[in-house]
Design a protein around this ligand. Structure first.
Ligand SMILES: NC(=O)c1ccc[n+]([C@@H]2O[C@H](COP(=O)([O-])OP(=O)(O)OC[C@H]3O[C@@H](n4cnc5c(N)ncnc54)[C@H](OP(=O)(O)O)[C@@H]3O)[C@@H](O)[C@H]2O)c1
Length: 256
């Protein structure tokens, strides 16, 4: 079925930033593909929220580390609606490990994290590019991280995977223009389960309070803040490609 409405495919949209992004696209009248790896029920709940805005939402299980899954995900959107206008590479994973604990990370940890955060994004771009090239338009937004800019975050492997994603954003923007625009958002500390679970509740709360007291904008990022920036790249910014937008309330500027 072909549709007049634009279509967004958001990987890892069963929770957090991906779910907020899918909801915002739906609110703006886009059909959405909700993707999850393990959390089927959560994905169905997000789809219901989206449908309540009067659009269609397709729920597809796929592991972005698997190329065949990425191609199946793109094919599901194309066969449902005949178009893909925006791809949001949001699916991500990490392993929490102190940066000075060099024995704490194995080669397998690096490979597992890269397989999702970096290679997964590449595979998804490759899967959707033909549809976007046929339409001669399309926007890819990669969800990187301030970790990839400043070299901190949950682990060195995670920061390196996001740094690679930022570099890849530039390479793909050059390679795929003029039809496709490829940009990245780099959230800082985002409120939510990802960090609450990874850091433990008391360290997480202490960090929220510290950031609220020291960040120039006086608050930490929410999933909805990130969604706004993603949708901006997808629906506006027609002359912007290969760009990275930092969303950390100004933390990267340091303190007076
Ligand atoms: N939270 C932060 O502070 C922060 C800061 C900067 C950047 N980010 C980035 O933002 C993105 C979203 O994070 P979040 O905070 O919203 O975390 P989240 O709530 O844990 O969401 C992660 C999503 O990714 C999906 N996912 C994980 N592995 C996948 C795979 N192999 N294939 C497909 N989907 C997969 C999960 O699906 P299932 O539940 O089904 O596994 C879930 O929908 C990540 O790329 C993360 O690196 C987060």
């Amino acid at each position: 079925m072909n549709t007049a409405r634009p279509v967004a495919l958001v990987t890892g949209s069963s929770s957090g930033i991906g779910a907020a992004t899918a909801r915002l696209f739906a609110q703006r009248g886009w059909h959405v593909v909700i993707n999850y790896a393990r959390s089927a029920e959560a994905a169905e709940r997000v789809a219901l929220d989206c449908r309540n805005h009067g659009v269609d939402a397709l729920v597809v299980q796929a592991n972005v580390a698997e190329d065949a899954d990425c191609r199946r995900l793109a094919e599901a959107a194309e066969s449902e609606w005949g178009r893909i206008d925006a791809l949001v590479n949001n699916a991500g994973t990490t392993r929490f490990c102190a940066h000075d604990d060099l024995e704490g990370l194995s080669a397998a940890d690096f490979h597992d994290i890269y397989a999702v955060n970096t290679v997964g994004a590449y595979q998804m771009v490759r899967a959707v590019a033909p549809a976007m090239q046929r339409a001669n338009t399309g926007s890819v937004v990669n969800v990187a991280s301030i970790a990839g800019v400043r070299g901190f975050g949950s682990s060195i492997a995670y920061a390196a995977s996001k740094g690679a994603l930022i570099t890849m954003t530039r390479s793909l923007a050059r390679a795929l223009g003029p039809a496709l625009r490829v940009n990245a958002v780099c959230p800082g500390f985002v409120r939510g389960e990802w960090l609450a679970q990874g850091m433990g509740e008391s360290r997480y709360q202490a960090m929220v309070e510290h950031l609220e007291a020291t960040t120039p904008l006086g608050r930490v990022c929410s999933a909805e803040d990130v969604a706004e920036a993603i949708v901006y790249f997808a629906t506006g910014a027609p002359l912007t490609t290969g760009e990275t937008l930092l969303l950390d309330g100004g933390t990267h500027l340091g303190r007076l």
